[in-house]
Write a protein that binds this ligand. Structure first.
Ligand SMILES: O=C[C@H](O)COP(=O)(O)O
Length: 250
């Protein structure tokens, strides 16, 4: 079964609402490619204006984070219901920046993943190793642990629709892309891990992205790998280059 590629931009903490509208309008014609799912994950305040600007295009607007409660005294957080009401279908969960600066753990990632599914939002679940972990040879063990906890109590039917983003932390924003072999090796290990937790059908269905300094020049080879189903793109998603990444196959 051929998996449809999914290429998502993660804008991180960039773009005011005014800038967001301008960027969506600029990129709209450049990212037209019906063969892939195109998602722009934007800051919460940009979701509604970006959604408006993206109307009539193939762009899905996603969120960069979400809390695991529906409502209440959680100052500053944004709930799954709020995202659903705004029309959001994808949410990035457990990005390494959230883990590093905002104390997210595998356990909170799991809670968020379960909540996203409960509300019909597709989670883009991030995992990835640090440089020290890679140098110590524990990358695969580490990633397997992240995946196993993230998917605790997630059903096979839910897991089939999930997206996993493998992002080696040392490759994020550094210009150091993992080699194609490194990226494919870990993405294959993630798929095998999903197969162990669930079954082969689930492993075959789940989509796994690579993220970390993806550029227009590295995208075609990365996305041609058997276990890489697209990318989670940071810096390059804010530029016209993102159009080239989305159209890597043209
Ligand atoms: O979520 C995206 C990643 O953190 C990659 O960011 P980058 O493409 O700027 O390295």
């Amino acid at each position: 079964m051929a998996r449809k590629k999914i290429i998502a931009g993660n804008w991180k903490m960039n773009m005011t609402p005014t800038e967001a509208v301008a960027l969506v309008n600029e990129l709209k014609p450049l990212v037209a490619n019906d063969e892939v799912d195109v998602v722009f994950c934007v800051p919460a305040i940009d979701i509604i204006p970006a959604m408006e600007a993206a109307k009539g295009s193939n762009i899905h607007i996603g969120a960069e984070n979400m809390y695991f409660e529906e409502k209440g005294a959680f100052t500053g957080e944004i709930s799954p219901n709020m995202l659903v009401d705004a029309g959001v279908k994808y949410v990035v969960i457990g990005h390494s920046e959230r883990r590093e600066y905002f104390a997210e753990t595998d356990e909170t990632v799991n809670k968020k993943v379960l909540k996203a599914f409960e509300h019909g939002i597709t989670p883009i679940i991030c995992c990835g190793e640090s440089l020290t972990q890679r140098e110590q040879g524990i990358t695969i063990d580490w990633i397997r642990q992240q995946i196993k906890i993230a998917f605790l109590n997630v059903t096979a039917d839910q897991a089939k629709t999930a997206v996993i983003a493998y992002e080696p932390i040392w490759a994020i924003g550094t210009g150091k892309v993992a080699t194609t072999e490194q990226a494919e090796e870990v993405c294959a290990a993630i798929r095998a891990c999903i197969g162990e937790i669930y079954d082969e059908a689930t492993a075959e269905a789940i989509r796994i992205q690579y993220g970390g300094s993806v550029s227009a020049s590295s995208a075609p080879e990365l996305f041609a790998q058997a276990n890489i189903d697209g990318g989670l793109v940071g810096g390059a998603s804010l530029k016209p280059d993102f159009g080239k990444i989305v159209n890597y196959n043209k």
